[in-house]
Write a protein that binds this ligand. Structure first.
Ligand code: OOG
Length: 248
């Protein structure tokens, strides 16, 4: 599979849509197969990530719905850990909010009160790395490419009941101690908790499961920043603390 080989070799490829015509449903099926290959090599699912939850990013891409991808334990970097740049094509980083489910969520349950299933919340960093040349793709391309998911870091978890209202928290992305991007959690679908609803809706439509412990990356709160060797990146969400990584 082209996308799997591109990710493994860290060498970007031409957009799949430049050669093939396929639907959004097909794209999700390609994504499922792509991640199944990773898991067959010993990795395992840890959660889901949302993309295009910020209005600015969705508009820039000309899309009007969110996209969902799968994250795995192998993509996780410990807080303060190192990202090996050689393993990626042209990675970028964005500050996010992560939620963790305390119980299994039934994707079919349309009356779910998400506040009862979210156990904890944390500041997070997501590394996105398109497996397409020049980071350019159509909606179908990026969904097939597991929504550019590449790596992630979660910071300290706060029990959801103690986190307070997350509607409008300041978000800062610092590179080597200098502020690179600032934003608000409000950029994430108007309220980051909506990402949990969106994840469940996408899970229903595209057949993902959401067991207890699932990590949900809610989507970027600011623009993504390219990663360069030797840099230290830190994201801070007001009231939730900070999370960081070093680029090796
Ligand atoms: C697609 C993934 C975008 C977000 O938070 O919007 C994303 C991409 O831009 O490569 O993860």
């Amino acid at each position: 599979m082209l996308l799997d080989a591109a990710a493994e070799a860290a060498v970007p490829i031409a957009q799949l849509t430049s050669e093939y015509t396929f639907s959004l449903e097909d794209a999700y099926e390609i994504q499922r197969e792509l991640v199944a290959r990773r898991c067959a090599r010993g990795d395992s699912l840890s959660g889901v990530k949302l993309g295009f939850t910020s209005r600015a990013k969705a508009q820039q891409m000309g899309v009007d719905d969110v996209i969902v991808g799968r994250i795995t334990h192998g993509m996780r970097i410990v807080d303060g850990g190192e990202l090996d740049l050689a393993r990626y094509c042209h990675p970028r980083i964005e500050p996010e909010v992560a939620f963790r489910l305390g119980v299994e969520v039934d994707p079919q349950d349309e009356t779910l009160d998400v506040e009862t299933v979210v156990e904890a919340v944390a500041p997070a960093l997501e590394v996105i790395d398109s497996r397409y040349r020049d980071f350019r793709f159509t909606l179908e391309d990026v969904v097939a490419d597991n929504t550019s998911a590449a790596a992630y870091v979660t910071g300290p978890w706060t029990a959801y009941g103690r986190a307070g209202d997350l509607a409008n928290r300041g978000v800062t992305l610092e590179v080597d101690g200098e502020v690179a991007e600032t934003g608000s959690t409000a950029a994430i679908l108007g309220h980051p908790l909506r990402a949990v609803h969106a994840a469940q809706r996408m899970a229903r439509t595209y057949g993902l499961s959401m067991p207890a412990g699932t990590v949900i990356l809610a989507g970027a709160a600011t623009a993504a920043v390219p990663l360069r060797p030797g840099r230290c990146v830190e994201a801070t969400v007001t009231g939730l603390g900070s999370v960081g990584l070093r680029v090796g």
